[in-house]
Ligand binder design. Structure first.
Ligand SMILES: *[C@@H]1O[C@H](CO)[C@@H](O)[C@H](O)[C@H]1NC(C)=O
Ligand SMILES: *[C@@H]1O[C@H](CO)[C@@H](O)[C@H](O)[C@H]1NC(C)=O
Ligand SMILES: *[C@@H]1O[C@H](CO)[C@@H](O)[C@H](O)[C@H]1NC(C)=O
Ligand SMILES: *[C@@H]1O[C@H](CO)[C@@H](O)[C@H](O)[C@H]1NC(C)=O
Length: 504
């Protein structure tokens, strides 16, 4: 599948990016005065009329029906005590929050395969996101250990005799307790053959790099289920993230309830009146990973003209020394292959074509949008009720996540999981995480047909009715319908049938 190779491109580049010294992205370098123009003005005009008139189809907001599947992660083993520990496993995890999340699940699985004791994973500081938050700063570590207590043993910190085994220790020289050659998607046997001996000799093994280092094929069923158990049951966020998330969800669902002044009450009454029973209290979470990093990496043309092209090329050169696979293709080729993230304008057109009207509440789950307010303007015109963390919560309420990209991403993950419908502008890690987690809970998720949309948006002679018909047709079975995992696909994106089973 083409969309997949695009993901892997992103992954490789993110790994390369780790070797770039910190601090390359000075703020002056980030801020060119680029004013993106609407690229699809003809469709946009029709969408604007359409969005105001849309008689939303009644099934647009209804939850997914029971599709005959349910989570099945309880392992068959009933043995009450864990086998003797073969030693300690440490992992150091690269990437943003959602990539680290998969690493945590894989680390638990590897510890299980080896009968080892897992040390709470170390989260590397990502050079793009720069958040120094630890595992315990983000995830509820007590809950994590408790949910997994019958599966593996986990410790927060190494015992005194092993405290020398640190990230700094491994960064400074070649060490015999470090396993640095785990292949991408290694088998369970690889770990038994290569890591068990290290544990036997030294009592500890530090595996780094560890991202994407455990295969999805030919894994024992209980290991697959354990991976899902970690991802969907053991990993919950710290209370302050969940509390802020709940507050945001509440304000999205009940816009004026919290302010008890007359204006607020009036506003609520109006919301209830105009929305009638269509979708009161419902919202769509939209993940727009449209930051400069993504824009540059995709190598697509986003309509900012020469200045934008030059700025993005300069960014690619600085960060990836020009080694970006996509930049070998023309914009047209990339769009034909569905390799360009949808712009906010294009997401707006997609949602309108699917039947969402201008009363739809949108929650913008994003870090930064490259091009800022100007880039968002078109989307806002179609969907005036667009909110984000900043519009919904005060600076004081957000103080604990201020400047913390991972905690901020955690809040977005939480709110997105609580949305009625989730949609993402590009099939990256957040999209994949949501597709998987929401499938596990049978929640509605729009998976944009990137190839089709890329082609439709290139066709300048397309009128609205043709566009809408093509979109509706092309999104058939891409709105949360169960999709069985294919060989090699990620169990974290496609948990069916390994962790979600047919109901009898
Ligand atoms: C939606 O469009 C209608 C018709 O133009 C307009 O009356 C209404 O105020 C709009 N709603 C919002 C929330 O902007
Ligand atoms: C792990 O423990 C189980 C149960 O005691 C045992 O059967 C298995 O061989 C052990 N595996 C390793 C790699 O030590
Ligand atoms: C563009 O859209 C028009 C109208 O729907 C269609 O007839 C035409 O074949 C499309 N062109 C391409 C290159 O797909
Ligand atoms: C849209 O274009 C198609 C041809 O591509 C045409 O058959 C149709 O009548 C047009 N619709 C409108 C509303 O203009």
């Amino acid at each position: 599948m083409k969309v997949c190779s695009c993901n892997h491109g992103g992954l490789l580049v993110m790994i390369i990016a780790l070797f770039v010294p910190l601090g390359y992205a000075s703020s002056s370098f980030m801020s060119e005065p680029i004013v993106p123009k609407p690229r699809h003005s003809r469709l946009f005009k029709s969408a604007l009329q359409q969005g105001n008139l849309n008689e939303q189809k009644s099934d647009l907001w209804t939850p997914l029906v029971n599709q005959g599947w349910k989570p099945c992660i309880d392992s068959a083993s009933t043995s009450s005590s864990l086998p003797d520990s073969s030693g300690y496993i440490q992992v150091f995890l690269d990437g943003g929050l959602n990539q680290q999340r998969m690493g945590i699940c894989d680390a638990v699985a590897v510890a299980k395969i080896l009968n080892a004791t897992l040390v709470i994973p170390y989260l590397e500081v990502n050079p793009v996101w720069k958040d120094t938050s630890s595992f315990e700063d983000i995830f509820d570590v007590g809950h994590f250990m408790n949910v997994l207590k019958d599966d593996i043993s986990i410790i927060r910190e190494l015992p005194d005799e092993y405290t020398w085994s640190t990230r700094e220790y491994y960064a400074s020289a070649i060490r015999s307790t470090r396993v640095k050659n785990a292949p991408l998607h290694a088998s369970a046997n690889w770990y038994l053959e290569h890591v068990s001996p290290v544990l036997e000799s030294y009592g500890i093994a530090a595996i780094s790099p560890f991202s994407h280092r455990l295969a999805f094929n030919n894994m024992p069923a209980d290991i697959q289920r354990l991976r899902c158990k970690v991802n969907f049951e053991a990993l919950t966020f710290v209370p302050h993230v969940r509390n802020l998330g709940d507050m945001l969800v509440n304000r999205l669902r009940f816009p004026a309830v919290e302010s008890d002044d007359a204006a607020g009450t009036e506003h609520l009454k109006q919301v209830v009146d105009t929305a009638s029973t269509k979708h009161v209290g419902k919202f769509v979470a939209l993940h727009l990973r449209f930051d400069k990093d993504m824009a540059a990496h995709s190598a697509c043309d986003f309509g900012g003209g020469k200045a934008e092209k030059k700025a993005l090329a300069r960014y690619r050169k600085t960060i990836w020394q020009g080694r970006v696979l996509n930049s070998r293709f023309t914009d047209e080729e990339l769009r034909n292959q569905g390799r360009c993230p949808l712009t906010p304008e294009e997401i707006g057109l997609l949602l309108t074509a699917l039947g969402f009207d201008n009363s739809t509440r949108l929650y913008l789950a994003s870090h930064k949008v490259y091009g800022g307010e100007d880039r968002i303007a078109a989307l806002k015109k179609l969907f005036p009720q667009i909110e984000d963390k900043k519009s919904l919560a005060s600076a004081v309420e957000r103080s604990q996540i201020k400047g913390k990209a991972s905690l901020s991403a955690a809040v977005d993950y939480y709110v997105s999981m609580h949305s009625d419908i989730f949609v993402s502008a590009s099939p990256g890690n957040m999209h994949n995480a949501m597709v998987g987690h929401r499938t596990y809970l049978n929640l509605k998720t729009i998976r944009p047909n990137m190839v089709l949309l890329g082609q439709l948006f290139m066709n300048k002679s397309m009128n609205w009715s043709d566009f809408q018909a093509e979109v509706v047709e092309g999104q058939r079975n891409r709105l949360g319908e169960i999709k069985i995992r294919k060989e090699k696909q990620s169990i974290y994106t496609y948990p069916v049938p390994d962790c979600v089973c047919k109901q009898d």
